[in-house]
Design a protein around this ligand. Sequence first.
Ligand code: ZN
Length: 565
Amino acid sequence: MRVSRLFMATQREIPADAEIPSHQLMLRAGLIRKCASGIYAFMPMGWKAYRKVENIIREEMDRAGAQELIMPALLPAESYQASGRWDKFGPEMFRLNDRGGRQFCLGPTHEESFTEAVRDTVRSYKQLPVTLYQIQHKYRDEKRPRFGVVRAREFVMKDAYSFDVDEAGLDKSYDAMYHAYRRIFDRLGLDYTIVDADSGAMGGSGSQEFMVKSPVGEDGICFCDACGYAANEEKAACPVPGKKEEDLKQINKIHTPDVKTIEELIAFMNTTPDKFVKTILYDIDGRIVAVMVRGDREINETKLSNLYDATEMTLASFGDVERITGAKVGFAGPVGLKEKIEVIVDNEVSVMSNFIVGANETDYHFENVNIGRDFTPDRIVDIRNAVEGDPCPKCGQPLKMARGVEVGHIFKLGTKYSDALGCVYLDKAGKENSMIMGCYGIGVSRTLAAVIEQNHDDDGIRWPRIVAPYEVVVCPTKVNDEENMGLAEKVYEDLLKAGIDVLLDDRNERPGVKFKDWDLIGIPLRITVGRRASEGIVEIKNRTTGETSELTADEAVKEATAVKE
Ligand SMILES: [Zn+2]
């Protein structure tokens, strides 16, 4: 490709609303273009890199025996109503009506379509197992689209679904995807961690996420260097601590005026956060429950939602809190609630003694509260987030925490969708059984961003060769000089013939301008045809290592074609 014909525009300034390197660099290098909040177009250079990621995924899915097809993005409501997800998706789902008033959505994920297709095609156990996949746009009306294509409202996913006759079959299909995913992320050169993930209230016997560690990651990862345990923060189990025996003290109501926050309360009481228990009221599908965790802990809303198989879960409204506690928000506690509601207590709280809670009275707290004597919880469960230093659930060593971006997720679904949508097969005895499903996703556009997050410097992107939009750029320094341009043309033609994705920068620009562009876009090799062109000597520069060497034009071509990945 001749750069003079290339549809591209780079920009020097960092775009104001781009917070993370991949988003900034994708915009600056002209790989993507923002059309609306969370909606991006891929420009030719970005699309070329994107297609390379997509092809690696496609090759590995095919190699693992999955078959590609494509479902519509525009889907009828009925399928989602049958699975129960028409309501469950809530405001995240893009919904629309056709001219006849029939309801549709833009597919947020396609379990229903695949399940229906297999239901209508497969009759007998002899036709199973089967794994199908597509690489498709998905639509989710994110409340806060951020980070460019990392959390967008339209994004590309590879989603695969496996259908088996039994759990053993599912294990095999799952395993095939697990290994395919490892090959994909290995080939992309990503530094990733595989973590145990939450598999939701519907059970499912297993779920793992492929996480790219990044300080801007949206997910917390807990991991243990000692035994290799790694889990999403949502999922990480918090072991039940041992109980320290303490003499029970007399419960006592304390006036705590003008104390609004937990920090203020801790200062006021001259105590530490571990002597305080906060009580938070949630509205879970219309029913109010109280959840109690230690003052310095966070409630794990995924664990809570799973506990109730919740469809909609929010903090209880001010009105509900005031009615149930008889106090302003901030003074809820388990003792003396005005209405009977379920009280959920975290494991860690269950071993505490003589702790402080809200008194269900504005400006008052109780101290020396004890479970069993002063109130009886309805459930004692693991309901908090793990924190750095918590004992590893496997080996007891202290856990570490990191942030990660989820690029892949594999999930044993079981029969949730096959039961709901009647996806059955006839076994050897002629009896109907629900198929056992797995689902497997990769955020394709997000993976491209993750590659950039892990491969950049102050000057721009440093593409691994395997996904670089172009592998080599040939830069003549004087395009109007016959000798200079002639040699550049020859190198360019030789590389084209060798099957290399190569650019010829035939723009009449200063070398500095050209070099800045290619460093920003991140082309792995730059061959500069400059002052020694008359001797047939060129300079070759590696974008990632910064190494340069002077070679004859033929040697440079040889070097550029030698290493493909
Ligand atoms: Zn461990």
